[in-house]
Design a protein around this ligand. Structure first.
Ligand SMILES: [Zn+2]
Length: 238
């Protein structure tokens, strides 16, 4: 199909402009024979002009979901690699500006989405592996005091109950006065657990001595001996 005819189908307004432009500027008759050179020139001129002409009547044939999906993919590509994301965004905007999207499963919008998905997978595969946090050691649930970066801090360790959706989860809260804040950073969490694991009994006793609450069972320590030891009598003997 002739380039002019194809453009006319895609975008009648711009195609009319182009047709007039060719005739006026290059003296190309609109009914030029299918001469390869003329067609190539025409195609190039159309491409250049389509880039220049701001066409208010450009039709975007993508579905809403395709537009949303493309934007989402561009955002994800940008996060993985800013320059790839930028290239994808520029290309998408260029085709949109030209009214160049074709609909349907075999259309170029769908094909472009496929290419961006493949690119995302490729970037993800080439990403360096994240630093693995030290293995979480088997520390009994309870309250512990350990020094993190030279400061004594208080923690509450719990595990998700078996048979619930939290089974297998480790919850580590840092205590500030009466408030608890979850330690969400996996690496920091593992580091704190490792500090506790170095000597769980001492970490629990230190908590008891400083806070006056048994690190094992959470009961307030009133007995003088228990207070000095930092753990209640029953827990001490278990
Ligand atoms: Zn206790």
């Amino acid at each position: 199909m002739r380039t002019i005819e194809r453009n006319f189908k895609k975008n009648p307004h711009t195609a009319t402009l182009l047709k007039n432009f060719h005739t006026a500027a290059y003296g190309l008759p609109s009914d030029i024979d299918d001469d390869a050179e003329a067609l190539a020139l025409e195609a190039q001129q159309d491409g250049d002009l389509l880039d220049m002409v701001e066409d208010k009547n450009v039709v975007d044939l993508r579905t809403e979901n395709q537009v949303r999906f493309m934007n989402d993919l561009i955002g994800r590509l940008t996060k993985l690699d800013p320059s790839t994301g930028e290239t994808a965004r520029e290309y998408t905007e260029m085709i949109t500006r030209k009214g160049g999207w074709t609909p349907g499963r075999n259309g170029n919008a769908s094909a472009w989405i496929g290419r961006m998905i493949a690119k995302e997978a490729e970037l993800k595969a080439n990403r360096p592996a994240p630093a693995t946090p030290p293995a979480v050691t088997d520390v009994a649930p309870g309250r512990y005091a350990v020094e993190e970066d030279g400061t004594l801090k208080f923690f509450h360790l719990r595990y998700g109950k078996a048979g619930t959706r939290w089974a297998g989860y480790t919850f580590l809260d840092i205590q500030a006065s009466s408030d608890h804040y979850p330690v969400k950073d996996r690496v920091r969490k593992a580091r704190i657990l490792a500090l506790i694991a170095e000597d769980t009994e001492m970490a629990a006793r230190r908590y008891g001595i400083e806070i006056g609450v048994c690190g094992r069972c959470g009961r307030v320590l009133t007995n003088e001996e228990s207070r000095a030891y930092g753990m209640g009598l029953i827990c001490r003997n278990n």
